[in-house]
Design a binder for this molecule. Structure first.
Ligand code: TMP
Length: 209
């Protein structure tokens, strides 16, 4: 049987540079011969991508927070069972653009939903599965939102107030502080070369295990 693959997640607020750095991480891992599956949340399967479209659609401004949380976890259940777990079991590494830490940060802190309700769904959907490494790209939300506005119209989340993103950032940092062995917090306000040097150091740590 193949050795189980590693599960890496990339997290951060809006406009922290996830797309650019995802490409860097992919290149870095593939250059070392890693068989990698790249995916994202919400999304990653046809049903989960359909749920993503609903979640990001400005037509549903003011969506009930519990409905939002359930949709995020419905997308996750489908994605985990159809793609992530089969890939890990087959020995592939999985690099996922956002995962459950985003639910704690956005729904938990951003929407003030409370940890416990999220923990119940986490247990139901994932059991004990957690990422092996979570890279958190951290930048102050004002800077992040300026980057978002430079590239496209805002989606339903991006249209939230600055205070929402400040809570999201605090939520992420609190999780990183609670689980320092799983998280690498990267200062994404640095020049790109410095950001990528820090990312590479965190990946070295995982590959050396
Ligand atoms: P992005 O992947 O393009 O950044 O957009 C996904 C959006 O979905 C982002 O604004 C964060 C949000 N989101 C949640 O609110 N909860 C979650 O659990 C996940 C995975 C994403």
């Amino acid at each position: 049987m193949a050795q189980r693959g590693k599960f890496i997640t990339l997290e951060g607020g809006e406009g922290v540079g996830k797309t650019t750095n995802l490409a860097f991480i992919r290149q870095w891992l593939e250059a070392r011969g890693t068989d990698l599956m790249l995916t994202r949340e919400p999304g990653g399967t046809p049903l989960s991508e359909a749920l993503r479209s609903l979640l990001l659609d400005n037509a549903y401004k003011g969506m009930d927070s519990t409905a939002e949380l359930l949709m995020v976890f419905a997308a996750r259940a489908e994605h985990l069972n159809k793609r992530i777990l089969p890939a890990l079991d087959a020995g592939q590494w999985v690099l996922c653009d956002r995962f459950t830490d985003a639910s704690y940060a956005y729904q938990g802190h951003g929407r003030r939903m409370g940890r416990q309700r999220i923990a119940v769904l986490e247990k139901l959907v994932q059991g004990d599965l957690r990422p092996d490494l979570t890279l958190l790209l951290d930048v102050d939300p004002q800077t992040g939102l300026q980057r978002v506005d430079a590239r496209a119209a805002r989606d339903r989340f991006e249209n939230e107030q600055l205070s929402f993103f400040q809570r999201v950032r605090e939520g992420y940092l609190a999780r990183a502080q609670a689980e320092p062995e799983r998280f690498a917090v990267i200062d994404a306000a640095q020049p790109l070369a410095a950001v990528q040097k820090d990312i590479a150091a965190a990946l070295e740590g995982l590959c050396g295990e």
